[in-house]
Write a protein that binds this ligand. Structure first.
Ligand SMILES: C[S@@+](CC[C@H](N)C(=O)[O-])C[C@H]1O[C@@H](n2cnc3c(N)ncnc32)[C@H](O)[C@@H]1O
Length: 278
C-alpha cells in the first residue's frame, strides 16, 4: 500500500476503481517498497519450498510476486484472484485468473468448488481493502476451505502500531485511543499515491491492523497462527518487536473449524489491548 493518512478528501474511489487508475504505474509504486516486498517473498519461499505444488494468490495485483514466489518455490500450479481489470491487464499469460473480489469468493460455486491449494498468499495488506471485519472474517473462512490439509496461508498487513512508519507520537495516540474507545473503524485510513510523469494523485480506502485484530480474525475464520514475523517496511529486514514493522502471518488451517459465527462478533471489536506483541 502507499502512504496513508486520515483525511476528508472530497472524492475517494473504492479500492478496485483506484487500482484500475494506478495500474499503469503499479511497478513504480511497488518499486518504492521493493526491499519490503522482496523480503516477504523470501520469507514465504523459505517456508513452502519443496512442500507446495499449488498456489492461490489473492489480490494478486499484476501477478508478478506470485509468479516469482512460485518459480522460486518450485510450484507449478498458480491461480491469481484479482478484481481490478487494470491490474489484470498487466498479468502475464499462463496462470488461471479469477476476476472477482475476495468477498465474492464462494467455495460452493464453480469454478471454486472442489479446488484446493497447498499455499495461499494475500500480500501487501490486501485484507485492508475489505471494508468491514465481518467481510474479512468471511473471506478468510472461504480461503480456509480452499487450503489443502496441512496447507498454509500467508498474510501480511500494515501494522497500525508501527512507530517507524507513523512516528512515536501518532502511534502512541492511536494506542491510547484504542484503549479509551475500542472501535472497529479506528484502523480505517485513506491511502494516497503519487505517481507518473507528470505527477498524478490517487487515493482509496484501506485499513491498518493491530496484531490483536489479526489474531481475532484468524481465530474466527478457523486458523491458528503458526508464526508472526515483523518486517521493517522501509528496509525489509526482520525486526524483533511488533512496533518496529509490518506483520507477516503464517496461518494454519485448524481442523475442525471453530465457530465462525460466534467468533465473527468478537473479531469485529478492534483491539484495545497491548502493543500488539502476540
Ligand atoms: C497493494 S496491492 C497488492 C498486490 C499484490 N498482492 C502485490 O503484493 O503486489 C492490493 C491489491 O488488492 C486488490 N484488491 C482490492 N480490493 C480487493 C478485494 N476486495 N478483493 C481482492 N483483491 C482486492 C487490488 O486490486 C490490488 O491489486
Amino acid at each position: 500500500m502507499g502512504r496513508e493518512r486520515q483525511t476528508n478528501a472530497d472524492y475517494v474511489p473504492e479500492p478496485v476503481q483506484a487500482y484500475d487508475r494506478i495500474s499503469a504505474s503499479y511497478p513504480e509504486i511497488a518499486g518504492r517498497r521493493r526491499k519490503y516486498l522482496d523480503s516477504v517473498d523470501r520469507l514465504i519461499v523459505e517456508r513452502i519450498s519443496g512442500k507446495a505444488g499449488s498456489l492461490l494468490d489473492v489480490g494478486a495485483g499484476d501477478g508478478e510476486r506470485a509468479l516469482r514466489i512460485a518459480a522460486s518455490a518450485g510450484i507449478e500450479e498458480v491461480v491469481l484472484l484479482e478484481p481490478s481489470a487494470g491490474m489484470r491487464s498487466r498479468m502475464k499469460a499462463g496462470p488461471e485468473i479469477w476476476p472477482i473480489c475476495l468477498e465474492q469468493l464462494d467455495c460452493k460455486q464453480v469454478p471454486f468448488a472442489g479446488r484446493c491449494f497447498d499455499a495461499i498468499t494475500c500480500l501487501w495488506n490486501v485484507m485492508g481493502h475489505l471494508g468491514r471485519a465481518k467481510a474479512r472474517t468471511n473471506a478468510l473462512a472461504q480461503l480456509r476451505k480452499l487450503l489443502a490439509p496441512g496447507g498454509l496461508l500467508f498474510l501480511d498487513v500494515n501494522h497500525r502500531y508501527n512507530t517507524s512508519s507513523y512516528g512515536f507520537t501518532r502511534t502512541a495516540g492511536r494506542f491510547v485511543w484504542d484503549i479509551v474507545w475500542p472501535c472497529e473503524h479506528h484502523g480505517n485510513v485513506v491511502v494516497n499515491w503519487e505517481y507518473g510523469s507528470p505527477r498524478q494523485r490517487c487515493s482509496t480506502y484501506g485499513h491498518v491492523f493491530t496484531g490483536r485484530e489479526v489474531q481475532r480474525l484468524a481465530r474466527a475464520a478457523g486458523f491458528s497462527i503458526e508464526e508472526r514475523i515483523v518486517v521493517d517496511y522501509d528496509e525489509g529486514c526482520k525486526r524483533r518487536f511488533a512496533f518496529q514493522g509490518n506483520l507477516l502471518y503464517c496461518l494454519r488451517r485448524e481442523n475442525p473449524a471453530v465457530n465462525p459465527a460466534k467468533d465473527a462478533a468478537s473479531a469485529a471489536q478492534t483491539s484495545s489491548i497491548s502493543a500488539s506483541v502476540i
